[in-house]
Design a binder for this molecule. Structure first.
Ligand SMILES: [Zn+2]
Length: 279
């Protein structure tokens, strides 16, 4: 009986084992399927995250680009293309133009020290350096005129007309006045010549300016025999060291150049050295 019993038990036990094995196998394949699913979900999740990360990067790139564009616009805005514009009898500066910021010039540089004169703020350090250099070379230069508003200029011109009649038209070459309205142009004189400016071209000051002014970014706007105005040896304009040096090296004048070429120097106008020096 025992043997039979054992046999039955053994049979039952085998059956049970088979069942358990089948169940286990089923469970295993179910787990494997779950795992595969989980793995797929994980891959999808990673892909989604990657896509999101890429999107963020694209967005960040776009943001950077947008910021750069705004910066560039602001920078361009700061530059003020009027400051390197050629003015003539047919191309005037708007009467509403006012410089971005004006600063008073130290009275020790002025021919008439008790009369306050202003200059465009960013030009002032260049002017100071130039005057220091002239002083080091024992050359006496004084400033007779600097920034002039449109209103001031109109009054000045009508005074010329009262004083000199219709001849004032050639004299109002001082209507290089657009340049004075910029705040970047100056009329120089010497203690000897004074406010009349007559004969300035024969002075040591004029010779010194011709040799050195470009190093500080200043140029003679209306040289002898120019096509725009009468020769104005006293009238100098700030255009930046790089462009002034180029004109000096190539023996050219500001008004000889094409406006498009001039405008390319706008971005370097206030740099303190020429690119050939700084490179
Ligand atoms: Zn002038």
């Amino acid at each position: 009986m025992a043997t039979v019993g054992y046999g039955i038990y053994s049979y039952q036990s085998n059956t049970q084992l088979e069942t358990e094995k089948t169940q286990l196998s089923a469970s295993l394949s179910s787990t494997t399927a779950s795992l595969a699913l989980a793995l797929k979900e994980k891959t999808d999740l990673v892909n989604t995250l990657q896509a999101a990360a890429n999107k963020n990067k694209d967005f960040a790139d776009q943001l950077t680009q947008a910021t750069e564009t705004v910066d560039k616009l602001q920078w361009m805005n700061m530059l003020d293309p009027q400051l390197l514009q050629k003015y003539s009898k047919v191309y005037f500066l708007s009467e509403n133009y006012v410089p971005r910021e004006l600063s008073p010039i130290d009275s020790k540089y002025l021919y008439t020290p008790d009369r306050s004169l202003d200059i465009e703020d960013r030009v002032l350090p260049f002017l100071q350096k130039m005057f220091q250099a002239a002083s080091d070379d024992n050359v006496a230069i004084k400033i007779d005129s600097a920034y002039r508003s449109f209103g001031t200029q109109a009054t000045l011109k009508s005074n010329y007309i009262v004083k000199y009649g219709s001849g004032a038209n050639s004299f109002s070459a001082e209507q290089g006045y657009s340049e004075h309205q910029l705040g970047t142009a100056l009329d120089f004189t010497t203690p000897t010549i004074g406010g009349s400016l007559t004969g300035f071209e024969k002075t040591a000051a004029y010779a010194w300016l011709n040799d050195n002014a470009y190093k500080y970014g200043f140029i003679l706007s209306y040289p002898p025999n120019n096509a725009y105005y009468i020769f104005e040896p006293w009238h100098w304009r700030f255009i930046g060291i790089e462009l002034a040096t180029k004109l000096h090296d190539e023996n050219k004048h500001f008004y000889d150049l094409d406006q498009r070429e001039i405008s390319t120097y706008l971005g370097n106008m206030y740099e303190t050295a020429t690119s050939s020096v700084s490179q």
